[in-house]
Design a protein around this ligand. Structure first.
Ligand code: ADP
Ligand code: ZN
Ligand code: ZN
Length: 821
């Protein structure tokens, strides 16, 4: 009887694929090990062994696996249980999760290799020079990669040459799986053993008396080795002796020195700094004790602490506890790039125990974190990362901290798995029997609801650290200001005054401009035309800095127009206003001050964001104009004034969470003001100064906001009262997308509406219905309290199957997005 393995492939297949094993492989293979397997006609994938068993597949003949890639499991059992939950809950395949979890270099790539055709003995006379060169190279080497062929014939576009060679039967292509991950190696240098004896060395130095530079190299090497008793890097020797690499080369060739390579660790951290250890104040201490108590009864605790109450120090104390118990800690942040200040604090406090897991790091660096986490290495006792860090192979997790738990960037939108980092972390913690702490100054309504209903513990800190007062918040009526001509551009007289005062005191100002709905567009005053993106259903937005019109979805751009493309009129106007415009106005109003800007344009490039933050920290700017980015938990000591230029568009955004979000945003930006000695000031400009959310935000009435929002959610059946699953239909053909979405929404109605507790919305086109030439349409299923989610999803799977069976809809992709809100 044969053995088989079910293998997870990194593609969205609903089931695992089954492969045939040799008896030796069956002995060796364990769940969680990688194998290279053939799939389809010619593909090779890296798969993950999910189960070894003895039942042959029923509808196909199992193929053998090509290669076993691991000696021990790369993925742990707990990790697999977590992945199963993710696939199940977020309605995607295990393959989707597998692909998202593994750093790409652990997911082997099929690289095309070229080799000489086995049976080619033929005539070389009809080969061109280039073709002959390739054949010549293949006489010496059994195979070449495509890019190596390029080097042989010295041209980039080698495919035509290869194509001709294949047609002539000279070469053939070979698919082979290659291991990409290579540990980083560093070149070291040492004296050849022959010269280690004193006399030998002396003779050598005498011999070199006429080669002073080589002599110098030798003496330097001697000195470096003596000082550190550690291997000497080639680069270090070059630098210290002032010698070129050519001189070292000569000495190696002469047999005086030898070079060698050592693997180094990419994750070298710095030592912890004792100065980063603080005593908790009484409020922090109390919160800490309450959290520890709550953890005895609850797995998850929400820490609701106002901005600058010192939540971070409380997290650190809890981390200390977990470390004392020899456990691992996962510290989740919404976005790594926006959390450099926090990461620095963690590193200062915990030193080499901290590893950062960042999707923008190279795959090799991520592989090293992966292994460190799996092997319970000291340097990965604390892992800081964005949501994808929940997919790492933790072996013994004790604590998960989710900082700024209200942030919507915890949710993955594209591609699958469309998971929520916070919610997945709570499940991961449960699998490990670990505890989760959620922290925020403005908790999400759903988490606060969970805390109120007793699912989570709730701990509050209502005082800022150091007895600093909460900022003084003032709402400025700009409708009135406009009427009384008290506006200069977008600045009210009140705001201008306050900025002046602040600048006079040598303090800094933050001006917040909401990104959404504020893109400046070009509009013709004669015919009303505004230039559109040819690929997406949106107006192009005006970028002053580049003098361009650009699409925010696909990047399509054109030069700024001087006359209307439709009617030729030259009366064009830019409507709406963005951070660039605010920056320009601020520069004009406050010519003596230095003004900077932080938004997704000004922070492009690897360290763009850090540069602006540190420039502002160093007070190279007096005024910083920014979008949402500046709300993210930054700690600037010298900021005493925050201006919110126009609060209204965030309030009016068509989304059931618009009010909750506005409250959070206002409180978070306001939290940047006056974090040290002096009380901060916040001015909120609005056309609706009496709006309840502005009132609540400016009086720190979180509870009141929560009650109001919950009433609305109950009344209109929104989360957290109802659950929502969104279905997105995407395709190039407008009619097909319509038909598919109609069919699906019809099926939802037929299936669910007869039994109570469900609602179906749509199908509807979203505000931007076409992106990159693909039409989008949505439908939403609302699932009432008390309805089984599991059963609902099982039914949805069946509907999904019928959908994919309809040939007409094959070109329209169906995407399930669970908890999309
Ligand atoms: P939050 O995360 O709640 O916004 P932070 O943890 O950033 O607040 O704390 C605000 C400021 O107070 C930071 O500059 C921090 O260094 C300082 N701070 C907080 N707790 C302490 C403490 N126990 N001792 C000294 N400084 C503290
Ligand atoms: Zn016009
Ligand atoms: Zn576009």
């Amino acid at each position: 009887m044969s053995f088989f393995a079910d293998v997870i492939l990194p593609i969205p297949l609903e089931k695992q694929f089954t492969y045939l094993l040799t008896p030796e492989q069956a002995d060796l293979l364990q769940e969680g090990m990688r194998v290279a397997v053939p799939f389809g006609k010619s593909k090779v994938y890296t798969g993950l062994v999910y189960r070894v068993h003895r039942q042959p597949p029923q509808v196909y003949d199992a193929k053998p696996i090509d290669q076993v890639l691991d000696e021990t499991p790369l993925v742990t059992e707990r990790q697999l249980r977590h992945w199963e939950w993710l696939a199940d809950y977020y309605m995607c395949s295990l393959g989707d999760v597998f692909r998202a979890a593994l750093p790409s270099s652990l997911l082997l790539e099929s690289e095309t290799l070229v080799c000489k055709a086995g049976d080619f003995e033929g005539d070389e006379s009809d080969l061109s020079d280039e073709e002959w060169l390739v054949l010549e190279a293949l006489q010496h080497q059994p195979q070449l990669k495509v890019h190596e062929v390029g080097a042989v014939i010295d041209r980039k576009n080698v495919l035509p040459v290869l194509k001709r060679l294949i047609e002539k039967g000279v070469v053939e292509l070979k698919e082979e799986v290659v291991e990409q991950y290579k540990p980083k190696k560093v070149r070291y240098i040492r004296l050849m053993p022959d010269y280690e004896k004193e006399e030998a060395l002396q003779t050598l130095l005498d011999d070199l008396s006429r080669a002073p530079r080589q002599r110098e190299v030798l003496l330097t090497l001697y000195r470096l080795e003596a000082v550190d008793q550690k291997p000497v890097r080639t680069t270090e020797l070059e630098k210290e002796s002032g010698a070129s690499s050519a001189i070292l080369r000569t000495m190696i060739d002469k047999g005086i020195l030898e070079d060698y390579y050592l693997e180094i660790d990419r994750l070298q951290g710095t030592e912890a700094d004792a100065g980063a250890l603080f005593e908790l104040n009484e409020f922090q201490q109390q919160a800490f004790e309450e959290i520890e108590q709550a953890f005895q009864f609850k797995d998850t605790v929400l820490l609701h602490g106002v901005t600058s109450s010192g939540k971070t120090e409380v997290y650190f104390k809890l981390i200390d506890r977990a470390l004392e118990q020899q456990k691992q800690v996962l510290f989740l942040v919404p976005e790594i790039a926006l959390t450099t200040q926090l990461i620095k604090r963690l590193e200062r406090r915990f030193g080499t125990k901290v590893s950062v897991f960042h999707s923008r790091y190279s795959s090799n660096e991520r592989v090293e974190v992966w292994h460190a986490v799996k092997d319970r290495d000291e340097k990965a006792r604390i892992v800081v990362g964005a949501r994808s860090a929940v997919l790492l192979p933790f072996s013994d997790l004790g604590l998960v901290v989710v900082d700024e738990e209200h942030e919507t960037s915890y949710k993955q939108f594209e591609p699958a798995p469309r998971y929520h980092g916070r919610d997945s972390a709570i499940v991961l913690a449960a699998i490990h029997g670990a505890k989760t702490l959620l922290g925020s100054a403005t908790p999400s309504v759903e988490s606060y609801y969970n805390a109120r209903t007793g699912k989570y513990g709730l701990v509050q800190i209502t005082r800022r650290f150091g007895n600093v007062l909460m900022p003084d918040m003032e709402i400025c009526d700009i409708k009135d200001a406009h009427r009384r001509k008290k506006m200069q551009g977008h600045f009210s007289e009140r705001l201008t005054e306050a900025i002046r005062e602040c600048l006079d005191e040598g303090e800094q100002v933050i001006l917040f401009q909401n990104r959404r709905g504020f893109a400046p567009i070009l509009e013709c005053n004669t015919c009303g035309h505004s230039p559109q993106c040819p690929n997406c259903d949106v107006s192009l937005t005006f970028h002053k800095y580049k003098n361009q019109l650009r699409c925010h979805y696909c990047g399509h751009h054109m030069a700024m127009q001087l006359s209307c493309l439709a009617c030729g009129s030259s009366e064009l106007d830019t409507k709406g206003f963005g951070t660039e415009q605010i920056e320009a106005e601020a520069k004009e109003l406050f010519p003596g001050a230095k003004t900077g800007r932080m938004d997704s344009d000004s922070t492009r490039g690897k360290h763009g964001y850090e540069k602006i933050i540190s420039a502002f920290e160093q007070q190279e700017y007096d005024i910083l104009v920014g979008t949402q980015m500046i709300t993210k938990g930054l700690d600037f000591r010298n900021v005493t004034l925050v201006g919110i230029l126009q609060a209204d568009t965030m309030l009016n955004f068509p989304d059931f969470r618009a009010h909750e979000r506005s409250f959070q945003l206002i409180q978070q930006v306001a939290g940047r003001a006056g974090r040290t000695r002096k009380r901060g000031k916040v001015i909120i400009q609005s056309f609706n100064p009496h709006h309840q959310i502005l009132q609540q935000a400016s009086t720190n009435s979180y509870e009141e906001m929560f009650e109001d929002q919950m009433n609305e959610r109950r009344q209109f059946h929104y989360p957290p009262v109802y659950k929502m699953i969104k279905f997105v239909f995407k395709g190039r053909d407008y009619n097909r997308v319509n038909e598919a979405a109609d069919w699906y929404a019809g099926a939802l109605r037929n299936t669910f509406l007869s039994s109570g507790g469900f609602e179906v919305l749509g199908p509807e086109f979203p505000p931007v219905a076409r992106i990159r030439n693909r039409y989008h349409k949505h439908a939403i299923l609302k699932i009432g309290p008390g309805v089984s989610l599991k059963q609902t999803k099982a039914v949805l799977k069946k509907i999904g199957k019928s959908y994919t069976a309809i040939a007409n809809f094959r070109s329209v992709r169906l995407i399930n997005d669970v908890d999309n809100y």
